[in-house]
Design a protein around this ligand. Structure first.
Ligand SMILES: O=C(O)C(=O)C[C@]1(C(=O)O)C=C[C@@H](O)C=C1
Length: 291
């Protein structure tokens, strides 16, 4: 959570959207970092590393990195914050008492991390690392090394997984902010949502939370930002026009938002709404509807 979040209205939609906008920068920059390395598909497959099997760890290299990193962060109470969601379970307890956060969200069990991990490793990494893998193929071909697999593997398993975690955490935070967006929309007009929550009408809820104009502007802004951040600069700070395609595939970044991040945020928003009345009495719901 932002340090000043207690001072402002935590459910102001403008404030929440400004956090989503700031997270765009974090996501683009971390994708640029990941794109410097080859795909390294080996780090996403379970049981490949003998060294992990020797540690009795049966997950992938990335899963091992997640477990180790999140265990450490959990001790520093990272996951007691309402906008932080770990990818692994059975984490250690914080060694210092949790901060007291005001209860802004309605209690819920919505967690999109399994979907995030799956689309990131299966679709995003291969897409954004294509250039690094192709460059590596050029080097290996010139050295006379053959074999398609080798083109995708630069051996930087630690660096790649470290950045993967940064990207995953940033996407996770962004997607789960959908809960705050949803709560904000719900409290502005509970009566509009309540009948559809009660009938479990997912399409009607999705229609209520969807704002096409906000999405259109977001994608436009994202393309501009990604184009700018992908630009290479000469030592004097002038943009380099050397025919290089830049540090990242801009279309890939826009597609990531269009096809995964925004739809998943909307899914989180709808799932959150579906749980929004759980445990409330008929009288409490009626009172809410009249607000
Ligand atoms: O800003 C909102 O109102 C949101 O719900 C967030 C978001 C997004 O993921 O960026 C999702 C759905 C809307 O159609 C517009 C944008």
């Amino acid at each position: 959570m932002q340090a000043n979040y207690m001072l402002e209205d935590p459910l102001s939609l403008d404030r929440i959207r400004s956090i989503l906008t700031r997270l765009e920068d974090t996501i683009i920059f971390s994708l640029i970092e990941r794109a410097q390395f080859a795909h390294n598909p080996k780090i996403y497959e379970r049981g490949v590393f003998k060294e992990l099997r020797d540690l009795n760890f049966c997950g992938s290299w990335l899963e091992w990195f997640l477990k180790e990193t999140e265990s450490f962060h959990a001790k520093a109470r990272r996951y007691t914050s309402p906008d932080e969601y770990p990818f692994t379970a059975d984490l250690p307890a914080p060694i210092i008492p949790p901060l007291k956060y005001p209860a802004i969200l309605y209690p819920n069990t919505v967690n999109a991390n399994p979907s995030i991990l799956s689309f990131y490793t299966r679709s995003i990494v291969p897409r954004i690392t294509m250039r690094a893998s192709l460059a590596l193929a050029g080097v290996k071909r010139s050295k006379g090394i053959t074999g398609d697999d080798e083109y995708e593997d630069d051996g930087n398993y630690g660096s790649a997984a470290t950045i993967d975690i940064e990207v995953l955490q940033a996407i996770s935070k962004r997607v789960h902010y959908g809960k705050f967006v949803s709560e904000s929309k719900f409290v502005q007009n509970p009566a509009a949502f309540i009948p559809h929550i009660q009938s479990g009408d997912i399409d009607a809820l999705a229609a209520l939370i969807t704002k096409p104009e906000v999405e259109r502007k977001l994608l436009q802004r994202l393309r501009k930002k990604a184009t700018l951040y992908a630009q290479d600069f000469a030592s004097d700070g002038e943009p380099l026009n050397n025919g290089s395609k830049g540090k990242i595939d801009v279309d890939g970044v826009v597609e990531l938002y269009e096809h995964y991040i925004i739809p998943l945020t909307k899914e989180v928003e709808v799932e959150y709404l579906l749980q929004r009345l759980e445990g409330l009495s008929a009288e409490e719901i009626e009172k809410l509807a009249k607000r």
